[in-house]
Design a protein around this ligand. Sequence first.
Ligand code: UD1
Length: 336
Amino acid sequence: MSVLVTGGAGYIGSHTAVELLNQGRDIVIIDDFSNSKPEVLENIRKITGKDFKFYQIDYSDRKALENVFEENNIDSVINFAGFKAVGESTKKPIEYYINNVSGALVLFDTMRKYNVKKFVFSSSATVYGEKNPIPYVETMETGKASSPYGSTKVFIEQILEDIYKSDNEWDIALLRYFNPIGSHESGLLGEEPQGIPNNLMPYIVRVACGQLKELSVFGGDYDTPDGTCIRDYIHVVDLAKGHIKALEKLEKERSGIFTYNLGTGVGYSVLDVVKTFEKSTGQKVAYKIADRRAGDLPAFYANATKAKEELGWIPEKTLEDMCRDSWHYIEMRSKS
Ligand code: UD1
């Protein structure tokens, strides 16, 4: 029995693949390398000492996907395939809806055809929209995400709810990520955005290594203790372990559709992250306070109780760990 990991060469997919292999599971990875590189697969093998099957395909290519289900004994699917750049999604909504939503539908249809009904979905805290109070709780109403990227997450969650209502044999976990940062401690896996990064940690590491001049802190006048935005940063390895816990729940209990926040429940400001990065790595991060970025919320973080109580998932890594590991990855890259 194998777990199919779509987008398994990507940032979160690759870290989850490592945890699955470490658990002794068989996995099959598919990825089209649209936002990842083949060497990631070698690094997954290096870290785990284990091998797996890989197909370079687009998950929305029905024929190629069916072939993967034909050739393997797939029992469950964890889906990381999809576009994820918030800013880009506002310029290319059609591409985002086609790839993320239509692609997911091809995947669900194929799963149904092969009677594979255990599914873990990478959703996002962005589904809570702009109106909910913090901390976010799973029972809150979702919708009205601030970008097409966010809307694709809202829509796919809705589609999965409908699939489950139509057929209770499905077992589905919707995992709402907060802000994943950090890297595998080996320094062999990490986040590698193409071009100038939009997200905070990828930008910070590039300033620290001299590739970019300074960080623009988007807004210094928010109603927060230091005036900068607050987010719930979660180490990508903790996040990956959350997928394992969710999959185990689906396997043990076979009992429905579940939603979990994957965050620490603790909020840190942009300046907290900058200062912690400097302290834990010894690297200076030049920054200036700039204008607010359109669409940013002043603060959000998770109520992380449900995942703790129901899955026994407790994030272990600190903000120091997240900063140090993000930096370690960049240091290793610059040496290789
Ligand atoms: C966004 C998405 C989230 C997605 C995440 C990672 C929304 C509402 N959120 O989160 O779904 O999972 O990206 O892809 O769509 N910042 C700076 N300077 C920078 C970059 C960021 O000050 O150069 C600040 C931002 O204003 C924000 C914080 O850092 O307060 C985190 O930003 P970012 O890493 O982009 O993530 P989010 O926007 O929180």
